[in-house]
Write a protein that binds this ligand. Structure first.
Ligand code: KIV
Length: 258
């Protein structure tokens, strides 16, 4: 097993795993100074392309963005989301994972789904592709509004089953998205690989969020998103100053001219 992956697994019960998304080099470079994992999520569909569903994200788009992110990530683990309809069966999943790893030099792939994708995960891992699982709310297959998971006993049992089957199939960690606190805690205790929560409580072994959301670049009003800065305001003020300088001929001065 890749030493970077081993390092992530070894953090369980010792130190929280920090993960954020990136879609291009400049942000990735900043993240890499701080986080353990940089994820090129297919959330780029909504964040960058304004799609209402991640289903429209293609492998080609993911590859281009991940190549850009790769330039900024030197020390962290770089993971690519396999987009919708690119892992419908074992051979498709392997072909596309190999293509992604070859083209982007990323360290692992993330795929959505629990027990339903266990054979695909097992096949990828057997073929030396490290896999990050993703259960709870799985945006690629959500119909209608996102609804947190694990409220009913039935849902709780299913989530636990899903987590165990992903662990048994060889996933090195699992993202729990919008999962109720009690079941996130139970899964985290029950499995030996780390859980990485997004809206799944403090009990997970790590946390992931969409970087654009925490920077205030998006207008996301999601319960679990904590905005750490309103970067839009800062950018607005810089752009407005540039406009004033251009209009008033304060820019470019001699310093900025040949
Ligand atoms: O697409 C994404 O960015 C994700 C994470 C937020 C978990 O799947």
């Amino acid at each position: 097993m890749n030493s970077k992956i081993r390092k992530i697994i070894n953090k369980k019960n010792k130190s929280k795993i920090v993960c954020l998304t990136a879609y291009s080099k400049n942000i990735a470079e900043i993240l890499d100074k701080h986080v353990d994992i940089v994820l090129v999520g297919d959330s780029l569909g909504s964040v960058v392309y304004n799609y209402t569903t991640t289903r429209k994200v293609t492998l080609k788009m993911m590859l281009e963005h991940t190549k850009s992110v790769r330039m900024g990530v030197k020390k962290g683990l770089l993971i690519i989301d396999l987009p919708y309809n690119t892992y419908r069966n074992k051979s498709e999943a392997l072909k596309n994972s190999k293509k992604a790893i070859k083209a982007t030099k990323c360290d692992a792939v993330k795929i959505e789904g629990g027990s339903k994708v266990k054979e695909i995960v097992r096949y990828l891992v057997r073929n030396k592709i490290p896999v990050l699982g993703h259960i709870g709310v799985t945006p690629q297959t959500v119909k209608g509004k996102f609804k947190s998971k694990g409220k009913t006993e039935l849902e709780k049992e299913q989530l636990v089953k899903d987590a165990i089957s992903l662990e048994q199939s060889g996933a090195f960690a699992i993202v729990l998205e919008c999962v109720y606190t009690d079941v996130a805690k139970r899964i985290t205790k029950q499995i030996k690989i780390p859980t990485i929560g997004i809206g799944a409580s403090v009990h997970c072994d790590g946390q992931v969020l969409v970087t654009d959301d925490i920077l205030g670049l998006t207008d996301a009003k999601i319960k679990f998103v904590k905005k750490y800065i309103n970067i839009k305001r800062i950018i607005n003020s810089a752009i407005s100053q540039f406009k004033i300088d251009v209009k008033s001929k304060k820019y470019p001065t001699k310093k900025y001219s040949y």
